[in-house]
Design a protein around this ligand. Structure first.
Ligand code: MV4
Length: 501
């Protein structure tokens, strides 16, 4: 029986999970730190329990305190959300040991995917393409790594075995640079993960970051929900995601291939629940396994919107031991979804976190707009936690419609009291290359900065975007002559709409 769920998280994702529980008629329990006494997830839950000081180490990361609340409140299951304890095998194991259902994968699957060399070796054995690199799963000494390097070829990356997210990663151009890179990567990995093991991968140049959402039940069924395009990142922080990806949208064969490979990777670790397989995709559309995220992700809504599958409800269904609600053939993508992450950061000052009271908060609504947030007027943004305060997800029948809707939605936001990344997103949506779908993982850190200085030209961008969104409608895009340019946004919107008829 699963009647009562504890959400071991805070912010928008705690609210997101609480909503799914509510709709399923489940009782809910929130936990909160001293900084979160007035946080939205506390008000949203049926019951809420304090778990300590603001620092995550003293509250949201305390397995003992969370399990103690779980016992006192007599919950049946625990949802970890993302971040905090979501990918800690000890937590999944401790939940199971204490008789609580962990709404996520087994500890063994988290462990197998958490060690990147074990993950590489395991999925490779299952026929999943991995980037050429060091083989096997044992720890390697510097001399062993140096000996292997020339066989792999340069440039290559030194990566932390316990890593992910770019920490402990070093780019190496030639054999000369390898000893220094190994030293630096090991030091960073030791500091970040308490584990200085590293491995090598050949660099996939100008790659896109595309991930596949999968769902697996306890009956051996594994399905995928298509891809998400996640190349728009700044210093390994995603800022915008979309589903589908421009390069996969018109290539059903590629989606089926990536989807099947992702399911195979999940099956290789007997994965159960929702998970994501990350791939690097090169200019020739070759794709390589990068890592697996064994949790619900921030960007899951874009997949929910184009597939109509409620991923959190599906997670709970799986945790109850039921079969997946849909078969692979019943998954169809409809239209396009784009998510912008709204962070309390100052985009004009190197994205430094902006903390303090939110005096006004008006959120976009209306057709095709979803906002997931954990803040409200009067809420105080704390320096202790992630700076993401809101996500806006816009749907459109085409990428063009979703982009125009996002422009409209971003204009509707009124957040006063803290600086936000909204102006940054507005500039991004003006970028020709972004609109044209011509970007890879280095876009924000390299191309966008250059383009920004050149200044936007909405008309050219609209033509680019149309070309990219509908390769099959290139003819229609060409009717817009350079000579008829007009700077008015409304005329531009109208023209774009006419091109899409
Ligand atoms: C790579 C790569 C190119 N080639 N591996 C960055 C974070 C970590 N999760 C893996 N990362 C990368 N691994 C090979 N063999 C390029 C990146 C990378 C990246 C990956 C995904 C999203 C954004 C990125 C930004 C810079 C580098």
């Amino acid at each position: 029986m699963l009647r009562k769920v504890l959400i071991a998280n805070r912010g928008e994702i705690a609210v997101r999970v609480l909503r799914a529980c509510r709709e399923l008629g489940l009782q809910t329990v929130a936990v909160f730190s001293e900084a979160d006494r007035h946080a939205m997830h506390v008000y949203y839950a049926d019951e809420a329990y304090p778990i300590g000081p603001p620092s995550p180490r003293d509250s949201y990361l305390r397995i003992d305190k969370i399990l103690s609340v779980a016992k006192d409140a007599q919950v049946d299951a625990i949802h970890p959300g993302y971040g905090f304890l979501a990918e800690r095998q000890e937590f999944a194991q401790a939940c199971a040991d204490e008789g609580f259902v962990f709404i996520g994968p087994k500890a063994s699957a988290i462990a197998a995917m958490g060690d990147k060399t074990v993950a590489r070796a395991t999925v490779k054995k299952a026929g999943v393409p991995v980037v050429p690199g060091t083989e096997g799963e044992g720890s390697l000494r510097d001399d062993e790594i140096i000996a292997i390097a020339s066989g792999i070829g340069f440039p290559l990356l030194v990566k932390a075995t316990a890593g992910g997210g770019g920490k402990g990663m070093r780019h190496v151009e030639s054999a000369d640079g390898l000893p220094d890179a190994l030293r630096a990567a090991r030091r960073e990995a030791e500091a970040a993960f308490g584990d200085d093991n590293v491995y090598l991968e050949k660099v996939v140049a100008a790659a896109r970051h595309i991930e596949i959402q999968i769902l697996a039940d306890t009956h051996g069924n594994v399905i995928h929900l298509g891809e998400r395009e996640c190349s728009i990142q700044r210093r390994h922080q995603k800022l915008l995601e979309e589903a589908p990806s421009v390069i996969v949208a018109d290539d059903t064969a590629m989606r089926e291939k990536m989807g099947a490979v992702a399911c195979r990777a999940a099956a290789a670790v007997e994965y159960v629940n929702a998970g994501t397989i990350e791939f690097l995709v090169d200019g020739e559309k070759n794709f390589y396994f990068l890592e697996m995220n064994t949790r619900l992700q921030v960007e899951h809504p874009v997949t929910e919107i184009v597939t109509g599958v409620d991923i959190v409800k599906e997670q709970i269904r799986i945790a109850r031991g039921r079969k997946l609600s849909r078969k692979q053939v019943e998954i169809a993508l409809k239209g396009w979804a784009i998510e912008c992450r709204i962070n309390a950061e100052d985009p004009d000052h190197d994205f430094i976190p902006s903390v303090g009271a939110i005096t006004t908060s008006m959120l976009p609504t209306g057709p095709g707009v979803r906002v997931d947030t954990g803040v409200y007027p009067g809420y105080i943004v704390s320096p202790h936690y992630d700076s993401m305060i809101s996500k806006v997800i816009c749907w459109g029948e085409t990428r063009g419609e979703a982009l125009l809707r996002m422009r409209r939605a971003l204009e509707e936001y009124r957040i006063v009291g803290v600086k936000t990344t909204i102006p940054f997103h507005q500039k991004l949506l003006d970028s020709h290359r972004f609109m044209a779908g011509q970007f890879n993982t280095s876009f924000l850190d390299v191309d966008f900065r250059v383009e920004e200085r050149a200044g936007p030209d909405a008309e050219t961008a609209a033509v680019f975007a149309t070309l990219a969104a509908h390769q099959s409608q290139q003819q229609a895009a060409r009717v817009v002559q350079r000579g008829e340019r007009d700077t008015s946004n409304w005329k531009w919107v109208g023209r774009w709409e006419r091109m899409h008829r």
